[in-house]
Design a protein around this ligand. Structure first.
Ligand SMILES: [Zn+2]
Length: 75
């Protein structure tokens, strides 16, 4: 959905990026261990069927997550 702009569930092209409308730490962000430090995620929602995806858009952040979670640490 991020790359194709098409919903994989219903085929709609009405894919939008949505926000929680909350400032500060977001509910869906990924914790990487340091107090209050989290990786932001982007939510893409299909307006055709309601399907939503979460994406970590920054490749640097993917490396940070991999470094943390590959070691089997959960916190
Ligand atoms: Zn859809």
């Amino acid at each position: 959905m991020k790359n194709t702009k098409v919903c994989p569930k219903c085929g709609s092209h009405e894919v939008v990026i949505v926000s929680t409308g909350v400032s500060g730490p977001f509910r869906d962000d990924i914790a990487i261990g340091i107090l209050h430090f989290a990786i932001p995620v982007t939510r893409r929602l299909c307006c055709g069927c309601g399907f939503m995806e979460l994406w970590v858009d920054d490749p640097e952040n993917l490396d940070k997550i991999k470094n943390k979670y590959d070691r089997g640490q959960s916190e």
